[in-house]
Design a protein around this ligand. Structure first.
Ligand code: 5GP
Length: 122
C-alpha cells in the first residue's frame, strides 16, 4: 500500500530541532532520545534520520548504510546505558494492528527492570 510520509510528524520536528528532546545518542543515520512517557526505567526511542514511516517502509526503501546505521545505533545506545549486561527489549510498532502512533519509524528500547515475557496473547 503506497503511503506518503508526513513531514510534520512529531519525530520529524524533533529531527529538525523544532521540538526539544532528551538526546541520548546521535550518529550519521540515527538519533536516540528518551521517550516522553516512559514505560520502563529506561525507555529510549531510536529513529532513522531519513523520512521513513515504519519498518516496512524502511526495509523497502532505506539504503544498506541507513539500515546498518540504525541497528548499530540501537546496540550502541544499549551499551552506553549499561543495558547490555542485564538485558533489554527492542520493539517497533508498524501500522494499525500494532497501534503505531507516530508515523516515523522508531525502535523502542526498554531496560532497567525485569521486563516480563513478550506480549499478551490477546
Ligand atoms: P508508538 O505507539 O508509535 O510505537 O510509540 C510512540 C512513542 O512516542 C510513545 O511511546 C510516546 O510516548 C512517544 N512520544 C510521543 N510524542 C513524543 C514527543 O514529543 N517526544 C518524545 N520524546 N516521545 C514522544
Amino acid at each position: 500500500m503506497a503511503r506518503s510520509y508526513d513531514s510534520n510528524n512529531i519525530f520529524a520536528r524533533i529531527l529538525r530541532g523544532e521540538i526539544p528532546c532528551k538526546k541520548v545518542h546521535e550518529t550519521e543515520h540515527a538519533l536516540a532520545f528518551h521517550d516522553i512517557d516512559p514505560q520502563a526505567p529506561v525507555h529510549v526511542l531510536v529513529i532513522p534520520k531519513g523520512p521513513y514511516i515504519d519498518m516496512d517502509d524502511f526495509t523497502a526503501k532505506g539504503s544498506d548504510a541507513e539500515i546498518a546505521g540504525l541497528f548499530r545505533a540501537v546496540g550502541e545506545v544499549a551499551r552506553m546505558l549499561g543495558a547490555d549486561g542485564p538485558g533489554y527489549r527492542t520493539l517497533s510498532n508498524c501500522g494499525e494492528a500494532a497501534h503505531q502512533e507516530v508515523p516515523h519509524l522508531h525502535i523502542h528500547l526498554f531496560a532497567g527492570r525485569d521486563l516480563g515475557r513478550m506480549i499478551g496473547k490477546g
